[in-house]
Design a protein around this ligand. Structure first.
Ligand code: AMP
Length: 237
């Protein structure tokens, strides 16, 4: 796989470091998914999403999946022991040996303590570093409430940041643009509250260990990517 354009011009020194486990944090809409792809392309490391692993278990009807199914349907957190065990299994696979991007895990302080302890037992494994992508509430609100899509061709717009040529109409086929029902200020507020409640202790944990950095997410994607790479290089330096 070639490097993503965003990281091509970036400092080559960061290519030589071993990335180790990187926890990417950020509220919904900060561009975490985009940045995770950049990191994967740069270092050829996998993304480990506990949400994806749980859905996979649920869909395959494994014992873990059966246990987690109800809890997930209610939007509650699956017990730490189950999630930790699942992560332990995933970390046995050799594609994780140079590093991996953690997505949605650790989500509680208990999970963070368990993960740190587990990594400590693996010879030569690097400790977790955490990088948070920060975007102001005003900017998130514009990103989310301004989002529109064309129901016919799937083109994506933002009425504030990337507007169509004619108000609310698709540039390509003139179809009236649609808006996702959950792209509202109320839903954003609720998601932000949940995010803050769940992740604040995890942030404090890694900050206290000196393994935390925040990157400004209100710049062009390339610059955010460069900021994330630089933070990884500093934390691994
Ligand atoms: P996500 O795709 O990360 O939003 O996760 C979907 C669902 O899976 C969550 O609502 C939880 O029920 C469960 N889940 C995912 N990750 C974790 C985790 N680290 N700890 C506990 N439950 C989790």
């Amino acid at each position: 796989m070639g490097l993503a354009p965003a990281v091509q011009g970036d400092n080559a020194a960061s290519l030589r470091i071993k990335p180790g486990p990187i926890l990417l944090l950020g509220a919904p809409g900060v561009g975490k998914g985009t940045q995770a792809k950049e990191l994967m392309a740069r270092w050829g490391i996998p993304q480990i999403s506990t949400g994806d692993l749980l859905r996979d278990n649920r869909d395959h009807g494994t014992a873990l999946g059966l246990e987690a199914k109800q809890i997930m349907a209610q939007g509650k957190l699956v017990p730490d022991e189950l999630v930790n065990q699942m992560v332990a299994e995933r970390l046995k696979l050799p594609d994780t040996f140079d590093g991996y991007i953690l997505d949605g895990y650790p989500r509680t302080l208990g999970q963070a303590h368990w993960l740190d302890g587990h990594i400590g037992t693996v010879p030569r494994a690097l400790p977790v570093i955490a990088i948070s992508i920060r975007v102001s509430y005003t900017q998130l609100l514009r990103r989310i409430t301004g989002r529109r899509n064309c129901p016919v061709c799937g083109s994506i717009y933002n009425i504030y940041l990337q507007p169509p040529k004619v108000d609310e109409l698709c540039d390509l086929d003139g179809t009236p643009l649609a808006r996702r029902s959950d792209d509202t200020e109320e839903v954003l507020e609720e998601r932000m509250r949940t995010y803050g409640l769940l992740t604040a202790p995890v942030v404090e944990h890694y900050r206290a260990l000196g393994r935390f950095e925040e990157v400004d997410g209100e710049q062009p994607v390339n610059e955010v990517a460069a900021g994330v790479m630089a933070a990884v290089a500093r934390l691994r330096g």
